[in-house]
Design a protein around this ligand. Structure first.
Ligand SMILES: [Zn+2]
Length: 445
Protein backbone atom coordinates (compact mmCIF):
# COMPACT_ATOMS: atom_id res chain seq x y z
CA UNK A 1 0.00 0.00 0.00
CA UNK A 2 1.40 3.38 -1.06
CA UNK A 3 -0.01 6.80 -0.26
CA UNK A 4 0.98 10.30 -1.33
CA UNK A 5 0.20 13.25 0.91
CA UNK A 6 0.14 16.18 -1.52
CA UNK A 7 0.57 19.90 -0.84
CA UNK A 8 1.64 19.58 2.77
CA UNK A 9 3.37 22.45 4.56
CA UNK A 10 5.95 21.12 6.99
CA UNK A 11 8.70 22.65 9.11
CA UNK A 12 12.09 21.89 7.64
CA UNK A 13 15.08 23.41 9.46
CA UNK A 14 12.81 26.02 10.98
CA UNK A 15 11.15 27.04 7.68
CA UNK A 16 7.69 26.19 6.41
CA UNK A 17 8.06 24.46 3.07
CA UNK A 18 5.53 22.85 0.73
CA UNK A 19 6.21 19.19 0.03
CA UNK A 20 4.66 15.90 -1.00
CA UNK A 21 5.11 13.04 1.45
CA UNK A 22 5.32 9.54 -0.02
CA UNK A 23 4.33 6.67 2.27
CA UNK A 24 4.98 3.00 1.69
CA UNK A 25 3.92 0.19 4.01
CA UNK A 26 3.22 2.62 6.84
CA UNK A 27 6.58 4.36 6.69
CA UNK A 28 7.71 7.65 5.16
CA UNK A 29 9.50 6.79 1.96
CA UNK A 30 10.37 10.25 0.69
CA UNK A 31 9.72 13.94 1.24
CA UNK A 32 10.10 16.23 -1.73
CA UNK A 33 8.64 18.69 -4.18
CA UNK A 34 8.25 16.34 -7.15
CA UNK A 35 4.83 15.28 -8.37
CA UNK A 36 4.69 11.51 -8.23
CA UNK A 37 2.21 9.18 -9.86
CA UNK A 38 2.32 5.47 -9.07
CA UNK A 39 0.34 5.69 -5.80
CA UNK A 40 -2.59 3.59 -4.59
CA UNK A 41 -4.01 6.62 -2.82
CA UNK A 42 -3.47 10.36 -2.93
CA UNK A 43 -4.51 12.78 -0.22
CA UNK A 44 -4.45 16.49 -1.06
CA UNK A 45 -4.08 18.34 2.23
CA UNK A 46 -4.46 21.73 0.48
CA UNK A 47 -1.48 23.58 1.92
CA UNK A 48 -2.46 22.80 5.48
CA UNK A 49 0.27 22.47 8.09
CA UNK A 50 1.42 18.91 8.75
CA UNK A 51 3.05 17.92 12.03
CA UNK A 52 4.40 14.57 13.13
CA UNK A 53 1.61 12.92 15.15
CA UNK A 54 1.85 14.05 18.74
CA UNK A 55 3.50 11.76 21.28
CA UNK A 56 1.69 12.03 24.60
CA UNK A 57 4.10 10.61 27.15
CA UNK A 58 1.83 10.74 30.20
CA UNK A 59 -1.84 9.76 29.98
CA UNK A 60 -3.95 7.70 32.37
CA UNK A 61 -6.34 5.55 30.33
CA UNK A 62 -7.69 3.77 33.43
CA UNK A 63 -7.83 0.34 31.75
CA UNK A 64 -8.71 -2.25 33.07
CA UNK A 65 -9.86 -1.27 36.56
CA UNK A 66 -11.68 2.06 36.22
CA UNK A 67 -13.14 1.85 32.74
CA UNK A 68 -16.19 3.91 33.72
CA UNK A 69 -13.76 6.87 33.52
CA UNK A 70 -11.92 5.86 30.33
CA UNK A 71 -10.42 2.82 28.65
CA UNK A 72 -7.81 2.12 26.00
CA UNK A 73 -10.38 2.44 23.19
CA UNK A 74 -12.16 5.62 24.30
CA UNK A 75 -8.94 7.31 25.40
CA UNK A 76 -7.08 6.58 22.18
CA UNK A 77 -10.13 7.54 20.09
CA UNK A 78 -9.96 10.95 21.78
CA UNK A 79 -6.20 10.94 21.17
CA UNK A 80 -6.57 10.28 17.43
CA UNK A 81 -9.23 12.99 17.14
CA UNK A 82 -6.81 15.38 18.86
CA UNK A 83 -3.83 14.61 16.63
CA UNK A 84 -2.06 12.33 19.12
CA UNK A 85 -0.72 9.19 17.40
CA UNK A 86 1.40 7.68 20.18
CA UNK A 87 0.61 7.40 23.86
CA UNK A 88 2.76 6.28 26.77
CA UNK A 89 0.18 5.03 29.23
CA UNK A 90 0.83 5.98 32.83
CA UNK A 91 0.05 3.61 35.66
CA UNK A 92 -2.26 5.07 38.34
CA UNK A 93 -3.82 3.14 41.20
CA UNK A 94 -3.50 -0.41 39.87
CA UNK A 95 0.14 -1.59 40.04
CA UNK A 96 2.00 -2.43 36.83
CA UNK A 97 5.15 -3.54 38.59
CA UNK A 98 6.03 -7.08 37.52
CA UNK A 99 6.91 -8.52 34.12
CA UNK A 100 3.64 -10.44 34.20
CA UNK A 101 1.53 -7.35 34.92
CA UNK A 102 3.34 -5.41 32.21
CA UNK A 103 2.66 -8.30 29.80
CA UNK A 104 -1.04 -8.25 30.65
CA UNK A 105 -1.21 -4.50 30.05
CA UNK A 106 0.56 -4.84 26.69
CA UNK A 107 -2.02 -7.46 25.58
CA UNK A 108 -4.83 -5.17 26.67
CA UNK A 109 -3.39 -2.26 24.68
CA UNK A 110 -2.84 -4.37 21.57
CA UNK A 111 -6.43 -5.53 21.77
CA UNK A 112 -8.12 -2.20 22.57
CA UNK A 113 -5.92 0.75 21.54
CA UNK A 114 -6.37 2.66 18.27
CA UNK A 115 -2.89 4.15 18.29
CA UNK A 116 0.59 2.79 18.95
CA UNK A 117 1.50 2.85 22.60
CA UNK A 118 4.16 2.27 25.20
CA UNK A 119 3.92 1.98 28.98
CA UNK A 120 5.39 3.33 32.18
CA UNK A 121 5.72 0.85 35.03
CA UNK A 122 4.96 1.63 38.68
CA UNK A 123 4.30 2.71 41.22
CA UNK A 124 7.79 1.73 42.26
CA UNK A 125 8.74 1.18 45.91
CA UNK A 126 11.21 -0.83 47.95
CA UNK A 127 9.36 -4.15 47.53
CA UNK A 128 8.89 -4.14 43.75
CA UNK A 129 12.25 -2.50 42.93
CA UNK A 130 13.70 -6.00 42.41
CA UNK A 131 11.49 -6.29 39.29
CA UNK A 132 13.04 -3.35 37.45
CA UNK A 133 15.44 -5.54 35.46
CA UNK A 134 12.82 -8.00 34.23
CA UNK A 135 10.47 -5.15 33.24
CA UNK A 136 13.22 -3.23 31.44
CA UNK A 137 14.02 -6.33 29.36
CA UNK A 138 10.47 -6.25 27.93
CA UNK A 139 11.15 -2.74 26.67
CA UNK A 140 9.37 -0.81 29.40
CA UNK A 141 12.28 1.29 30.53
CA UNK A 142 10.43 4.02 32.34
CA UNK A 143 9.36 3.76 35.99
CA UNK A 144 7.20 6.01 38.13
CA UNK A 145 7.50 6.85 41.78
CA UNK A 146 6.39 9.54 44.26
CA UNK A 147 7.88 11.79 46.93
CA UNK A 148 4.42 12.13 48.51
CA UNK A 149 1.28 10.16 49.34
CA UNK A 150 -0.42 8.03 48.12
CA UNK A 151 2.71 6.34 46.74
CA UNK A 152 5.31 7.94 49.02
CA UNK A 153 8.82 6.53 49.12
CA UNK A 154 11.46 7.76 51.56
CA UNK A 155 14.82 9.23 50.53
CA UNK A 156 16.70 5.97 50.91
CA UNK A 157 14.22 4.16 48.65
CA UNK A 158 14.29 7.03 46.14
CA UNK A 159 18.04 6.69 45.89
CA UNK A 160 17.98 2.92 45.52
CA UNK A 161 15.31 3.25 42.79
CA UNK A 162 17.60 5.69 40.98
CA UNK A 163 20.49 3.25 41.26
CA UNK A 164 18.39 0.35 40.01
CA UNK A 165 16.80 2.20 37.05
CA UNK A 166 20.19 3.61 36.03
CA UNK A 167 21.72 0.14 36.14
CA UNK A 168 19.04 -1.02 33.68
CA UNK A 169 19.37 2.01 31.35
CA UNK A 170 15.97 3.21 32.40
CA UNK A 171 14.29 6.45 33.43
CA UNK A 172 12.87 7.24 36.84
CA UNK A 173 9.79 9.49 36.60
CA UNK A 174 9.01 11.31 39.81
CA UNK A 175 5.84 12.96 41.04
CA UNK A 176 7.61 15.65 43.01
CA UNK A 177 5.76 17.21 45.93
CA UNK A 178 7.31 17.14 49.39
CA UNK A 179 5.30 15.02 51.79
CA UNK A 180 6.45 16.66 55.03
CA UNK A 181 5.77 20.21 53.86
CA UNK A 182 2.39 19.20 52.43
CA UNK A 183 1.46 17.36 55.58
CA UNK A 184 2.20 20.36 57.78
CA UNK A 185 -0.30 22.37 55.68
CA UNK A 186 -2.80 19.51 55.67
CA UNK A 187 -2.85 19.30 59.49
CA UNK A 188 -3.55 23.03 59.74
CA UNK A 189 -6.36 22.83 57.14
CA UNK A 190 -7.91 19.93 59.06
CA UNK A 191 -7.79 21.89 62.34
CA UNK A 192 -9.58 24.74 60.56
CA UNK A 193 -12.10 22.22 59.16
CA UNK A 194 -11.46 23.50 55.66
CA UNK A 195 -13.25 21.52 52.92
CA UNK A 196 -13.78 24.25 50.30
CA UNK A 197 -12.13 23.91 46.86
CA UNK A 198 -9.58 26.66 47.61
CA UNK A 199 -8.27 24.62 50.57
CA UNK A 200 -6.80 22.20 48.06
CA UNK A 201 -4.54 24.98 46.75
CA UNK A 202 -3.29 25.81 50.24
CA UNK A 203 -2.35 22.18 50.83
CA UNK A 204 0.50 22.16 48.32
CA UNK A 205 1.76 25.68 47.52
CA UNK A 206 4.87 26.35 45.39
CA UNK A 207 7.37 25.54 48.13
CA UNK A 208 6.08 21.96 48.30
CA UNK A 209 7.04 21.27 44.68
CA UNK A 210 10.25 23.28 44.91
CA UNK A 211 11.50 21.37 47.96
CA UNK A 212 10.90 17.96 46.37
CA UNK A 213 12.48 18.87 43.04
CA UNK A 214 15.55 20.39 44.67
CA UNK A 215 16.05 17.15 46.58
CA UNK A 216 15.60 14.68 43.72
CA UNK A 217 17.78 16.74 41.39
CA UNK A 218 20.47 16.51 44.08
CA UNK A 219 20.09 12.72 44.21
CA UNK A 220 20.15 12.42 40.41
CA UNK A 221 23.30 14.55 40.30
CA UNK A 222 25.11 12.45 42.92
CA UNK A 223 24.02 9.09 41.50
CA UNK A 224 24.31 10.08 37.82
CA UNK A 225 20.76 8.82 37.42
CA UNK A 226 18.36 9.47 34.54
CA UNK A 227 15.57 11.54 36.12
CA UNK A 228 12.34 12.75 34.54
CA UNK A 229 10.13 15.15 36.48
CA UNK A 230 6.42 14.69 35.85
CA UNK A 231 3.88 17.52 35.43
CA UNK A 232 5.72 20.56 36.79
CA UNK A 233 3.49 23.42 37.92
CA UNK A 234 5.72 26.19 39.30
CA UNK A 235 8.20 28.87 38.22
CA UNK A 236 10.60 27.58 40.88
CA UNK A 237 10.59 24.11 39.30
CA UNK A 238 11.44 25.59 35.90
CA UNK A 239 14.42 27.50 37.25
CA UNK A 240 15.70 24.50 39.25
CA UNK A 241 15.62 22.30 36.13
CA UNK A 242 17.22 25.04 34.04
CA UNK A 243 20.10 25.29 36.54
CA UNK A 244 20.45 21.50 36.82
CA UNK A 245 20.78 21.20 33.04
CA UNK A 246 23.58 23.78 33.07
CA UNK A 247 25.35 21.58 35.61
CA UNK A 248 24.81 18.62 33.27
CA UNK A 249 22.46 16.71 35.56
CA UNK A 250 20.71 14.07 33.43
CA UNK A 251 17.23 15.50 34.00
CA UNK A 252 14.25 16.15 31.75
CA UNK A 253 10.92 17.66 32.71
CA UNK A 254 7.36 18.00 31.52
CA UNK A 255 4.43 20.29 32.09
CA UNK A 256 0.79 19.96 31.01
CA UNK A 257 -1.77 22.08 29.14
CA UNK A 258 -3.76 22.81 32.33
CA UNK A 259 -0.77 24.43 34.06
CA UNK A 260 -0.31 26.56 30.93
CA UNK A 261 -3.92 27.77 30.80
CA UNK A 262 -5.52 27.85 34.25
CA UNK A 263 -4.53 29.31 37.62
CA UNK A 264 -5.71 28.62 41.14
CA UNK A 265 -8.15 31.53 40.84
CA UNK A 266 -10.11 29.60 38.20
CA UNK A 267 -11.13 27.19 40.96
CA UNK A 268 -13.48 29.91 42.23
CA UNK A 269 -15.70 29.18 39.24
CA UNK A 270 -14.83 25.64 38.30
CA UNK A 271 -14.17 24.35 41.82
CA UNK A 272 -13.50 20.60 42.03
CA UNK A 273 -13.42 20.30 38.22
CA UNK A 274 -9.96 21.86 38.45
CA UNK A 275 -8.79 19.68 41.33
CA UNK A 276 -5.57 18.00 40.26
CA UNK A 277 -2.16 17.13 41.70
CA UNK A 278 -0.01 19.20 41.65
CA UNK A 279 -2.63 21.92 42.07
CA UNK A 280 -2.90 25.00 39.86
CA UNK A 281 -0.70 27.97 40.74
CA UNK A 282 -0.48 31.65 39.60
CA UNK A 283 -0.18 33.64 36.36
CA UNK A 284 3.51 34.11 37.17
CA UNK A 285 3.98 30.30 37.23
CA UNK A 286 1.93 29.84 34.07
CA UNK A 287 4.08 32.33 32.13
CA UNK A 288 7.31 30.83 33.54
CA UNK A 289 6.24 27.39 32.25
CA UNK A 290 5.62 28.79 28.74
CA UNK A 291 9.00 30.51 28.86
CA UNK A 292 10.62 27.26 29.96
CA UNK A 293 9.03 25.45 27.03
CA UNK A 294 10.34 28.07 24.62
CA UNK A 295 13.92 28.20 25.97
CA UNK A 296 14.34 24.46 26.59
CA UNK A 297 14.25 24.32 30.40
CA UNK A 298 11.02 22.33 30.06
CA UNK A 299 11.44 19.49 27.56
CA UNK A 300 7.94 18.39 26.79
CA UNK A 301 4.20 18.74 27.23
CA UNK A 302 2.07 15.79 28.24
CA UNK A 303 -1.71 15.76 28.57
CA UNK A 304 -1.68 14.10 32.01
CA UNK A 305 -5.11 12.94 30.86
CA UNK A 306 -6.78 11.74 34.07
CA UNK A 307 -10.55 11.95 33.65
CA UNK A 308 -12.95 11.41 36.51
CA UNK A 309 -16.72 11.22 36.26
CA UNK A 310 -18.88 14.30 36.90
CA UNK A 311 -20.23 12.71 40.10
CA UNK A 312 -16.66 12.18 41.34
CA UNK A 313 -16.06 15.92 40.79
CA UNK A 314 -19.40 17.33 41.99
CA UNK A 315 -18.93 15.84 45.45
CA UNK A 316 -16.00 18.23 45.86
CA UNK A 317 -18.17 21.36 46.15
CA UNK A 318 -19.06 20.15 49.66
CA UNK A 319 -15.81 18.42 50.49
CA UNK A 320 -12.88 19.02 48.16
CA UNK A 321 -10.86 16.19 49.76
CA UNK A 322 -13.41 13.65 48.47
CA UNK A 323 -13.29 14.84 44.83
CA UNK A 324 -11.42 13.10 42.03
CA UNK A 325 -8.07 14.76 41.28
CA UNK A 326 -7.38 15.04 37.57
CA UNK A 327 -8.77 16.40 34.30
CA UNK A 328 -9.30 15.01 30.81
CA UNK A 329 -7.02 16.65 28.24
CA UNK A 330 -5.67 14.38 25.51
CA UNK A 331 -8.05 15.60 22.78
CA UNK A 332 -7.63 19.33 23.44
CA UNK A 333 -3.85 19.33 23.98
CA UNK A 334 -2.89 20.32 20.42
CA UNK A 335 -5.53 23.04 19.91
CA UNK A 336 -4.69 24.47 23.36
CA UNK A 337 -0.96 24.60 22.55
CA UNK A 338 -1.62 26.15 19.14
CA UNK A 339 -4.15 28.68 20.37
CA UNK A 340 -2.64 29.69 23.73
CA UNK A 341 0.98 29.07 22.73
CA UNK A 342 1.63 29.72 19.04
CA UNK A 343 -1.18 32.16 18.20
CA UNK A 344 -0.46 34.16 21.38
CA UNK A 345 3.25 34.10 20.49
CA UNK A 346 4.41 32.42 23.70
CA UNK A 347 6.10 29.63 21.75
CA UNK A 348 7.03 29.20 18.10
CA UNK A 349 5.52 26.58 15.84
CA UNK A 350 8.95 24.91 15.69
CA UNK A 351 9.09 24.76 19.46
CA UNK A 352 5.56 23.32 19.66
CA UNK A 353 6.68 20.55 17.31
CA UNK A 354 9.73 19.93 19.47
CA UNK A 355 7.93 19.77 22.84
CA UNK A 356 4.92 17.75 21.76
CA UNK A 357 6.36 15.43 19.08
CA UNK A 358 10.13 15.13 18.93
CA UNK A 359 11.18 15.54 22.57
CA UNK A 360 8.69 13.11 24.12
CA UNK A 361 9.75 10.53 21.53
CA UNK A 362 13.43 11.18 22.26
CA UNK A 363 13.11 11.18 26.05
CA UNK A 364 11.22 7.88 26.11
CA UNK A 365 13.26 6.10 23.46
CA UNK A 366 10.75 6.11 20.59
CA UNK A 367 12.70 8.42 18.26
CA UNK A 368 13.10 8.49 15.23
CA UNK A 369 10.41 5.86 14.70
CA UNK A 370 7.97 8.38 16.22
CA UNK A 371 7.96 12.15 16.67
CA UNK A 372 9.43 13.27 13.36
CA UNK A 373 8.72 13.54 9.65
CA UNK A 374 11.70 11.98 7.93
CA UNK A 375 12.52 9.11 5.62
CA UNK A 376 12.15 5.76 7.40
CA UNK A 377 9.99 7.06 10.26
CA UNK A 378 6.49 5.74 10.86
CA UNK A 379 4.00 7.74 8.78
CA UNK A 380 2.22 9.22 11.80
CA UNK A 381 0.96 12.65 10.84
CA UNK A 382 -1.53 15.26 11.92
CA UNK A 383 -2.91 17.73 9.40
CA UNK A 384 -3.79 21.02 11.08
CA UNK A 385 -5.95 23.90 9.94
CA UNK A 386 -4.17 26.79 11.67
CA UNK A 387 -7.01 29.21 10.87
CA UNK A 388 -9.92 27.08 12.10
CA UNK A 389 -11.62 28.59 15.16
CA UNK A 390 -13.97 26.47 17.18
CA UNK A 391 -15.71 26.55 20.52
CA UNK A 392 -14.86 23.57 22.75
CA UNK A 393 -17.87 21.50 23.80
CA UNK A 394 -17.50 18.50 26.08
CA UNK A 395 -20.26 16.80 24.11
CA UNK A 396 -18.19 17.04 20.88
CA UNK A 397 -15.18 15.32 22.45
CA UNK A 398 -14.63 11.56 22.70
CA UNK A 399 -14.04 11.23 26.43
CA UNK A 400 -16.23 8.81 28.35
CA UNK A 401 -16.76 11.38 31.10
CA UNK A 402 -18.33 13.92 28.72
CA UNK A 403 -16.80 17.07 30.20
CA UNK A 404 -13.75 19.24 29.67
CA UNK A 405 -12.28 22.12 31.71
CA UNK A 406 -12.13 24.08 28.41
CA UNK A 407 -15.92 24.11 27.96
CA UNK A 408 -16.84 27.28 26.03
CA UNK A 409 -13.25 28.27 25.19
CA UNK A 410 -12.74 29.34 21.58
CA UNK A 411 -9.52 27.80 20.32
CA UNK A 412 -7.75 28.45 17.04
CA UNK A 413 -5.84 25.67 15.24
CA UNK A 414 -7.51 22.27 14.99
CA UNK A 415 -6.54 18.89 13.57
CA UNK A 416 -8.53 18.02 10.44
CA UNK A 417 -6.92 14.65 9.79
CA UNK A 418 -4.77 12.17 11.68
CA UNK A 419 -2.72 9.50 9.93
CA UNK A 420 -1.40 6.46 11.81
CA UNK A 421 1.28 4.42 10.05
CA UNK A 422 0.01 5.61 6.67
CA UNK A 423 -3.70 4.97 7.29
CA UNK A 424 -6.22 7.75 7.94
CA UNK A 425 -7.41 7.33 11.53
CA UNK A 426 -9.46 10.52 11.84
CA UNK A 427 -10.91 12.87 9.24
CA UNK A 428 -13.42 15.73 9.53
CA UNK A 429 -14.83 14.53 12.81
CA UNK A 430 -15.01 10.86 11.82
CA UNK A 431 -12.97 8.09 13.44
CA UNK A 432 -11.80 5.67 10.75
CA UNK A 433 -9.63 3.28 12.72
CA UNK A 434 -10.58 0.29 14.81
CA UNK A 435 -9.09 -1.12 17.97
CA UNK A 436 -6.59 -3.90 17.42
CA UNK A 437 -4.36 -2.17 14.88
CA UNK A 438 -2.06 -0.64 17.48
CA UNK A 439 1.38 -1.90 18.32
CA UNK A 440 3.27 -1.90 21.58
CA UNK A 441 6.44 0.18 21.30
CA UNK A 442 9.46 -1.03 23.28
CA UNK A 443 11.66 1.89 24.39
CA UNK A 444 15.23 2.46 23.19
CA UNK A 445 15.18 -0.26 20.52
ZN1 LIG B 1 -0.20 11.29 36.19
Amino acid sequence: MTTLIENARILLDGHLVRVNIAIESGKIESIGKRKLNRFDEKIDVKNNFVLPGLVDAHAHLHDPNFTEREDFTSGTTAAAAGGVTTVVEMVLSTPVDTAERVGTKICLGEEKSLIDFSLHAGMMNLENSTHIGEIARIGVRSFKTFTCKPHYVDDQTMMSLMRETTMHDSILNVHAEDEEAANENFQRLMTEERKDPMAHLEWKPNAVEERAIRKIIGFAHDLKARLHISHMSTAQAVSLVRKAKRKRVNVTAETCPHYLTFTGKDMKNLGPYLKMNPSLKTVHDLEALWKGLQDGAVDLVTSEHAPGERSEKEIGWEDIWKAWGGVPGIETMLPVLLSEGVIKKRISLARLQKVSCENPARVFGLYPKKGTIRKGSDADLVIVDLKAKRKVRGSDLHYKVGWTPYEGWTLQGWPVMTVCRGAVAFEDGQILRKPGEARFLPMFQ
